[in-house]
Design a protein around this ligand. Structure first.
Ligand SMILES: [Zn+2]
Ligand SMILES: [Zn+2]
Length: 342
């Protein structure tokens, strides 16, 4: 089968033929139809410091996908050949303390497809049946981005949203999803900031009533002015940029909540007393998707039509054009970039 492979400990990705995987007991073989490309794939392609410490080539990359079940391994009874599915890409151990207390998203033994084992930029992938979710009418092009969309659902739905003012900091694809989810979940007012006007336009299309250009406008002043001087009840920090992190803490209301999803590339100095303690705020770290509460809620938001992520999908490429797909992400202007595989 054709696949996109990290072949060597050096920059670049290769499109090549590799053996088709075979499902073992408890696993299913899925023919991939659509796959999402994201920043993680860019890190692996560019072979940055994180990739050098984590990736062991050769490896089929890609971790966001949806497709059709082609074959079933021994002992799998709950899934059928022909079903359209997506899957949670974090394969967890099921026996650590976190897994056994409903917190598999922070399993200490997590292995990620396309990072720690072969991934989804291929004609076929094998997944544990327990990780597979049926799409129930959701198109595979949307199913393919339920992994990053799930990060946004996790970030937004673990805060109290109905009637709240929500400020989304950073309008990459996950930030734009968060804007739409906050609206769909009943936020009274959604504000969004970024330095890129194209991304702000996308956030507005997803329902942000106020967009703030952080390169030109005074972000904190604008948020306070738009919230009667109170600040936002919930701030979702999706950028990981140090100046934006400080804006997030300065923009949240007294007693409010900051959901941290964006990953800073280095340590960020913080004034704990004034930015956190004296404001009485709650901070929540968002990693992965709650297994499987986030997935079930997301599937309901999508099948009911409550939330439509399609405006965020800006680019589609065939599998062989992975370099063009990565270039689109690198430009900083893209929303979600998708590979069409079958
Ligand atoms: Zn991703
Ligand atoms: Zn575990």
């Amino acid at each position: 089968m054709q696949a996109i492979v990290k072949e060597k400990r050096a920059p670049g990705l290769t499109v090549k033929s590799v053996p088709k995987p075979v499902p073992g007991p408890g696993e299913v073989l899925i023919a991939v139809r659509h796959a999402g490309v994201c920043g993680t794939d860019l890190h692996i392609a560019d072979w940055d410091a994180w990739a050098q410490g984590r990736i062991k080539p050769p490896l089929v990359v890609g971790h966001e996908f949806a497709g059709e079940i082609q074959a079933i391994g021994d002992g799998v009874t709950e899934l059928k050949v022909g079903q359209l599915v997506t899957a949670e890409g974090h394969i967890v151990c099921g026996h650590c303390l976190q897994c056994r207390t409903g917190n598999s998203h922070i399993c200490r033994n997590t292995r990620i497809i396309g990072v720690d084992r072969d991934g989804a930029f291929a004609e076929y992938i094998v997944m544990p049946a327990t990780n597979v979710l049926t799409l129930d009418g959701i198109p595979t092009e949307i199913g393919a981005i339920m992994d990053p969309m799930g990060n946004a659902f996790h970030a937004v739905l673990t805060a109290e949203i109905p009637g709240s003012t929500v400020f989304v900091v950073g309008c990459g694809p996950i930030g734009c999803f968060a804007v739409g989810i906050a609206r769909a979940a009943g936020a009274s007012r959604v504000l969004a900031s970024d330095v890129n006007p194209k991304r702000l336009a996308l956030a507005a299309r997803m329902g942000a009533q106020v967009t703030i250009n952080a390169a030109k406008d005074d972000v904190v002043k604008t948020v306070l002015a738009e919230t009667a001087g109170e600040g936002a009840d919930v701030v979702c920090e999706m950028s990981g940029v140090p100046s934006a992190l400080h804006q997030a803490f300065a923009s949240v209301s007294l007693g409010g909540r900051v959901q941290l999803l964006g990953i800073p590339t280095a340590q960020v100095p913080i004034d704990f007393a004034n930015e956190i303690i004296f404001k009485g705020i709650t901070i929540y770290g968002v990693i992965g998707r709650k297994m499987y509460k986030t997935w079930h809620l997301m599937r309901r938001f999508l099948t009911s039509g409550q939330f439509d992520p399609r405006p965020v999908i800006t680019h589609k490429f065939p599998l062989t054009k992975i370099d063009d797909a990565l270039a689109a992400i690198r430009s900083g202007d893209a929303g979600k970039v998708i590979l069409e595989i079958a």
